[in-house]
Design a protein around this ligand. Sequence first.
Ligand SMILES: O=P(O)(O)O[C@@H]1[C@@H](OP(=O)(O)O)[C@H](OP(=O)(O)O)[C@H](O)[C@H](OP(=O)(O)O)[C@H]1OP(=O)(O)O
Ligand SMILES: Nc1ncnc2c1ncn2[C@@H]1O[C@H](COP(=O)(O)OP(=O)(O)OP(=O)(O)O)[C@@H](O)[C@H]1O
Length: 491
Amino acid sequence: MEVEKMDENEWKYHGEGNQSLVVSHCQRCVVLRFLKSPPNQNKTPEEILHHLQNIVDFGKHVMKQFFGENYVHHGEIIQLPLDFVRQLCLKIQPERPECRCDKDMDTLSGYAMCLPNLTRLQPFRFAEHRPILCIEIKPKCGFIPFSSHVSQEIKHKVCRYCMHQHLKVANGKWKRPSKYCPLDLFSGNKQRMHFALKSLLQEAQNNLKIFKNGELIYGCKDDQDCVCDWNELARHLKPFFFPCNGLASGPQCTRSVVKELIHVITMALLSSTDSCRAGHMKTVPVSQGRSYCEASAFNKELVRNGKHKLESSGLPRGCLLYKTLQAQMLDMLDIEGLYPLYSRVEQYLEEFPEERSTLQIDGPYNEAFYEKLLDLSLEDDGTVAFALTKVQQYRIAMTAKDCSIMIALSPCLQDECSEQRPVVLTSKSRFTFSVSVLDLDLKPYESIPHQYKLDGEIVNYYLKNVQAKEDPVMSNLFKENEDCTLVLHKV
Ligand SMILES: O=P(O)(O)O[C@@H]1[C@@H](OP(=O)(O)O)[C@H](OP(=O)(O)O)[C@H](O)[C@H](OP(=O)(O)O)[C@H]1OP(=O)(O)O
Ligand SMILES: Nc1ncnc2c1ncn2[C@@H]1O[C@H](COP(=O)(O)OP(=O)(O)OP(=O)(O)O)[C@@H](O)[C@H]1O
């Protein structure tokens, strides 16, 4: 990219999260990702550069190992003319959702990350001007803690996402709770995955976005502004799924399109399009802990119907969901078991503050950092080294619990099968697709006390306000299910 010739008119607002703001190029397949910070808490250009370097290194040396070369796009740092950045910031400001304006885009350092636009097929080839559909999913934590350090039994039964929903609705973050449960999506069972995806389509919150040719057509721009009309979605997607079929619009058409969409997402999520080193490392057994969540609407429906053998077909080893789950499961102790270890590291650092850099707490995130993460032993020998390894593994797990998956799909013809890319079939079309992961910024060491506090708040809110009021018939059914999997029904 010729940075001297940067023109803000060639870029447009694309999206943002809590930490960064993204603009996309109007013609080319790249985005710029800027860091954000609260007003008057600007970091120095050196600090920004260091932070960005850490993000790139972490993607390159650590997350690529866990997730696989093809899934991770670490990008590169770019230094931009300050004038361009300031003009760009002014240009995009009106597009920003109000709820994200508590932080400002960094306009002082001139540094940003340059990344491929993942709403396009990866790797992108210039010749491609075909229509593209992209589904972004933030799946969140896909397992129930199996750690013996968990102090509240409910955490072994109901997943964090489902519990957190209630607190979020009470706090006004979302108007309605979602029926989505990450354990259904991560189950590998198609029926459960379909239910999870349908629930995401019903209540997208910040867990689902759909882009057509790079433009957001479905999902929440912010808490107030949600474009979640299935008929409108079907209108956008009909040409993708039923290209030469005169399927009339109406409820039947909407249902058919949504069904095809869910099918195609499921197939892409279960596909294995990469191999990686961590695939060879000793992995955390996926079978640990319970494979379903008692609060899942899918599960409740089964129990209501007297069925209690919830299928968890397991995920294919090479697929991105599997790799994400493996990385998430590096949280083996749960925050309750981790927090005392964090305190041990803290105590050590208070005594020896100069050791902070040797311990690589704030980077560099290099090969050596990665190697130290591979020790999955849970035998606490009382050392700082053990505590530190668990803390760093926890940070990786937290990162994987908050990342997003991008599935880009483009219609292709039968004779295009020779391409390197995988293909997924629907009843009336075929698509080449790519799957990528984004937002792999390592969670800060300093966020651990916040995690500890939040965990307590989520669980206490749930126990007090939800479980206490739960339908007693339902909880009895669960109890019976748990004890002997035999439920007696009145005849
Ligand atoms: O704690 P959670 O599970 O609510 O996750 C936070 C996310 O909220 P969510 O529940 O997905 O709506 C939250 O997402 P939103 O800003 O609410 O869209 C952030 O991703 C936050 O990350 P960070 O601390 O800013 O790096 C996330 O915080 P971390 O816990 O990942 O640090
Ligand atoms: N390389 C990319 N290509 C296309 N879109 C992207 C890319 N990177 C980010 N985005 C879009 O920008 C949004 C915000 O990016 P990102 O998730 O990295 O922000 P964040 O502030 O780090 O998020 P969080 O709130 O989870 O901390 C994403 O949800 C996605 O829609």
